[in-house]
Design a protein around this ligand. Structure first.
Ligand code: UD1
Length: 434
């Protein structure tokens, strides 16, 4: 098997424009939602990332006819489900990425049953799916765990043959559980109410698609979502929202290394938490309707304290990238991680490169205590997960000398055209394949 890694040389200033792709965490749910109809769905602005191609393989396995076409760097995916049929999903592709758990919701909505291997994804510490399963039970399903060729698998069956509406209070506003329960109950008997639902923009995007497909869902973006179940859904056209995590990652990179960098195709409101922290640090930005331009920085950057939380708080998916930035800000900064308390594997590698970060763990959260202003130097590092990968790549672009970032499948799973986008900004990065 060929080995891929990034070779990065630090020190270049960045200039120019980067266009943000469609949101990874939205598009996977949107493409999976296609299973709810036997008509045609056209999704525009699909990011060219590995998770999407893995998902296309799964949908084709179910019988979907899929055409991927290009419009510049953006992709359009047309899915025709005329021949889609029920099949158990005991296939390896399911374990490659976490969002494949949305197949449970759509299979239950459309066929009243599903069998699948337990989904994979980045290892960020324990990532249970108990809230999804408790929700399915409230919607009239029975759940059985079993083993398939040495892998854990689930069999979920709607007792009456279809989803039965109910009111569900989520113990935690989980993104995954909210979307999965939405997908399951869009076709159902009666009105389901999700209380303490997640409010992330990706949820609103999924609701927009489902409503265009003929669903009746109110309250997206608030803590209470009402889903009036339909008999069937139709096809439609939908454009994916821009990826706020990709945008936030490039914003931080530009904040530290940019002279004049335009981050194009963004919804600035989705980036309020990160923009506000960047302003506090001392980064100058101009915000327009669908772009943010980083225009420079004050002479002396200020350290900050950050706490991750559910939307609209600072996203857990951006804290590892922020850690790299804060290693370059003189003084003491702190990151408190409340969603995935062990999500600090990047910090060990940052320390190998010369950073001074101490990790502390308590029962409910983890903390990175960063003494900033340290020089970083090139190293061979491992992308332990998707966002850790960007954090280390970023560190390589700051560091003196050459950095190799290995295990980059994680990065390619989430950042579309990353090498080309960075090269266009003037970064010294190569994708090496051996
Ligand atoms: C999604 C995103 C991920 C992001 C995360 C938090 C996708 C594919 N992934 O992940 O990039 O980091 O939101 O914004 O969209 N939890 C439970 N039981 C459950 C479900 C979740 O205890 O059944 C806990 C998790 O362990 C975690 C917290 O709830 O501590 C948040 O998880 P959740 O919002 O569900 O995240 P994901 O959907 O996995």
């Amino acid at each position: 098997m060929s080995k891929k890694y990034f070779k990065v040389r630090g020190g270049n200033k960045l200039n120019g424009k980067v266009t943000i792709s469609g949101a990874k965490n939205s598009v996977l749910a949107l493409l999976i939602a296609s299973v709810l109809t036997d008509k045609q769905l056209v999704i525009e602005d699909v990011p060219a990332i590995k998770d999407v191609f893995d998902l296309v393989e799964i949908l084709e396995y179910l019988g979907a006819n899929i055409i991927v076409s290009d419009q510049g760097e953006r992709k359009i995916i047309t899915i025709d489900n005329k021949n889609l049929e029920y099949k158990p999903l005991l296939i390896e592709q399911i374990t490659r990425f976490r969002a494949s758990y949305y197949l449970m919701g759509v299979m239950l909505g459309r066929f009243g049953k599903c069998e699948l291997l337990i989904p994979g994804g980045c290892f960020l510490g324990p990532r249970p799916i108990d809230l999804h399963l408790k929700g399915f039970e409230s919607l009239g399903c029975e759940i059985e765990e079993f083993e398939h060729e040495g892998n854990e698998a689930l069999r979920i069956t709607a007792k009456s043959g279809r989803i039965e509406a109910d009111t569900i209070f989520l113990d935690f506003p989980s993104v995954g559980a909210t979307i999965n329960l939405l997908l399951a109950s869009a076709i159902s008997n009666g009105t389901t109410i999700l209380e303490n639902a997640a409010k992330e923009p990706e949820i609103v995007d999924v609701i927009t698609l489902l409503n265009t497909m003929g669903a009746n869902i109110r309250g997206g973006g608030t803590g209470v979502i009402r889903i009036e179940g339909r008999e069937a859904l139709k096809g439609c056209y939908h454009q994916v929202i821009p990826d706020r995590i990709e945008a936030g990652s490039y914003l931080m990179l530009a904040g530290l290394l940019g002279e004049n960098v335009i981050i194009d195709n963004v919804i600035p409101e989705h980036l309020d938490a990160v923009v506000s922290k960047l302003e506090q640090i001392g980064i100058n930005m101009t915000i327009e309707i669908d772009r943010i331009t980083v225009t420079g920085r004050v002479d002396k950057l200020s350290p900050v304290k950050i706490q991750t939380g559910v939307y609209p708080s600072f996203a857990t998916d951006l804290q590892q990238v922020m850690a790299t930035m804060l290693t370059q800000v003189d003084g003491y900064s702190e990151i408190t991680e409340t969603i995935y308390p062990d999500r600090f594997k990047n910090c060990h590698y940052l320390n190998d490169m010369g950073a001074n970060i101490e990790i502390k763990r308590s029962e409910n959260f983890g903390q990175a205590k960063i003494e900033g202003g340290t020089k970083l130097s090139g190293e061979v590092v491992e992308a332990t997960d998707l966002r850790a990968g960007f954090s280390l790549l970023f560190a390589g672009l700051v560091a003196e000398g050459e950095t190799e970032v290995h295990n980059i499948n994680h990065v390619l799973r989430g950042y579309a055209n990353i090498v080309k986008k960075l090269q266009n900004l003037g970064a010294d990065i190569e994708l090496i394949e051996e």
